[in-house]
Design a protein around this ligand. Sequence first.
Ligand SMILES: Cc1cc2nc3c(=O)[nH]c(=O)nc-3n(C[C@H](O)[C@H](O)[C@H](O)COP(=O)(O)O)c2cc1C
Length: 207
Amino acid sequence: MKVLLINGSPRKEGNTATALAEVAKQLAKEGIETEIMWIGNAPIRGCAACGQCAAKVLGRCIFDDDVCNRISEKFAQVDGLIVGSPVYYGQPNGALLSVLQRAFYSNAASISGKPAAAIAVCRRGGASAAFESLNMPFHLLNMPVISSQYWNIVYGRTPGEASNDSEGMQTMRTLARNMAWQLKCTQGKPAPGRPADEEKATMSFIR
Ligand SMILES: Cc1cc2nc3c(=O)[nH]c(=O)nc-3n(C[C@H](O)[C@H](O)[C@H](O)COP(=O)(O)O)c2cc1C
């Protein structure tokens, strides 16, 4: 079984990387394979709402000039997802949100139903809001949200400082154990036994 960990920081070796490394180390101890993907710091487009991915059932974003499709291609190969982001102005990193919105929208079928968790990394404040924001798509995609002993928040400013946040690091290890537990219970199958979906009722509020 395998978990994809997305590092949404422009700093490859920053505090988000430290938090994700702690999760990955614990997952390895639990016998779960991991892959950490860094979104990099090259320009990333926002969703253009062109609808081409849905209209043509592409399973990928029509724009292939950034990291988005390289990330979403991994969705089918993994059994769980963990997204880590630095906190910027009380929000997740904008580039990360751009990637995730396009990847989820264009390739939802490959990730729906798989367990997921978010991690927010900050110097001082705004992590709860960022954490909640990162969790929003999981709820929309039938993805069981994996919890820990506290909200998945890690503190640190300059790269590496997060390793001094002993409670944050413990929260990361607990998260990893809970993710492994979920995967072992479900044998990596997305929510086996989950009731079949009804036909989707998409309501318009203006008609
Ligand atoms: C543009 C920008 C905005 C930031 N906003 C916040 C913030 O709202 N709250 C906070 O506690 N830290 C804030 N920080 C600090 C980062 O969240 C913190 O340094 C974090 O460890 C960065 O993670 P990284 O090393 O993985 O990039 C901000 C940093 C930047 C560059």
